[in-house]
Design a binder for this molecule. Structure first.
Ligand SMILES: *Cc1c(COP(=O)(O)O)cnc(C)c1O
Length: 277
């Protein structure tokens, strides 16, 4: 058995990880359409909010972040960073947040902020798949399995779209009730016209209680992983994926000669919100 890690986290601390891959072609489209403003949505610790703010600052684009829930002062490290990058923050209560993609609400945002390029929550759009497929192109060793953490499934869909028939993808759901992910991924692939002959499946048993929920056992694993391999993991996504992956290896899931690639999708900024870094 051979396990390699594709370190997307090392591409760039602020922009690194899958959120940058997902944004890349969206930013290109925004520029082509002469937009000077990006508007997007996210939770208060969102890696996507963080990366959008960083990208906006570097590219000289105005950014607006619609944040789920109430404002808290002082700002948490994620939102403080976003604001330092110049992002305008607006808070939306949870009920209204759920309906944030309705045409009336979007229209009210346009009235308020003027013309903007809309990035969906988590950055998962058709164009995001194309950016994530490029992760596969950069892998120059042969492999049988590719592994990634799944939130919306957009990243895994993009990875799948870049795979060949002999490859298998495994997604690790970081939310409770990850059964919805298979349908999501199928939809993403269809919308992007990016069907693939590779097989894939989602593991739903490694969510540790739900999205952004953790247990001491997970932090122990993350600390040991850092000691053993000198690779930092985050508590929301990559920690859960590697925990699950190691469990599958231990329980004999993989044939002996398997070559596995795990994608480190970044997200390390999120550890600051848990007072871990
Ligand atoms: C957002 C995120 C994911 C999940 O990506 P999806 O495309 O929503 O499935 C995985 N890892 C990290 C570090 C992330 O920030």
């Amino acid at each position: 058995m051979n396990l390699s890690v594709k370190r997307e986290d090392l591409v760039d601390y602020e922009l690194g990880g899958n959120k940058w891959r997902k944004m890349k072609y969206n930013l290109e489209a925004a520029t082509q359409q002469n937009h000077n403003t990006l508007l997007t949505f996210g939770g208060a610790y969102s890696n996507h909010i963080y990366a959008t703010a960083a990208a906006g600052k570097r590219l000289g684009l105005r950014t607006i972040g619609i944040i789920r829930g109430e404002a808290h002062n002082p700002l948490n490290p994620t939102l403080q960073f976003a604001r330092d990058c110049g992002m305008q923050l607006e808070y939306l209560d949870r009920t209204r947040y759920r309906n944030k993609t309705g045409p009336e609400f979007i229209e009210s945002l346009r009235k308020k902020y003027g013309r903007f390029y809309l990035l969906p929550e988590g950055g998962s759009s058709t164009l995001a798949l194309k950016g994530c497929a490029e992760i596969i192109e950069e892998i120059d060793e042969n492999f049988d399995f590719i592994c990634s953490a799944c939130g919306t499934g957009g990243t895994l869909a993009g990875l799948i779209s870049g795979l060949k028939a002999q490859h298998k993808a495994i997604g690790f759901a970081v939310l409770k009730g990850g059964g919805f992910l298979s349908g999501n991924i199928q939809n993403f692939l269809q919308q992007a016209n990016a069907e693939s002959s590779a097989s894939w499946q989602i593991k739903t048993d490694y969510h540790f209680g739900g999205y952004a929920k953790t247990k001491p056992e997970l932090w122990t694993f993350i600390e040991q992983f850092k000691k053993d391999f000198d690779i930092p993991l985050d508590g929301v996504y990559t920690g859960k994926m590697f925990y699950g992956l190691f469990d599958l290896i231990k329980t004999g899931y993989f044939p002996k000669s398997s070559r596995i690639i795990a994608i480190h999708t970044g997200g390390l900024q999120g550890n600051l919100g848990f007072n871990k870094n």
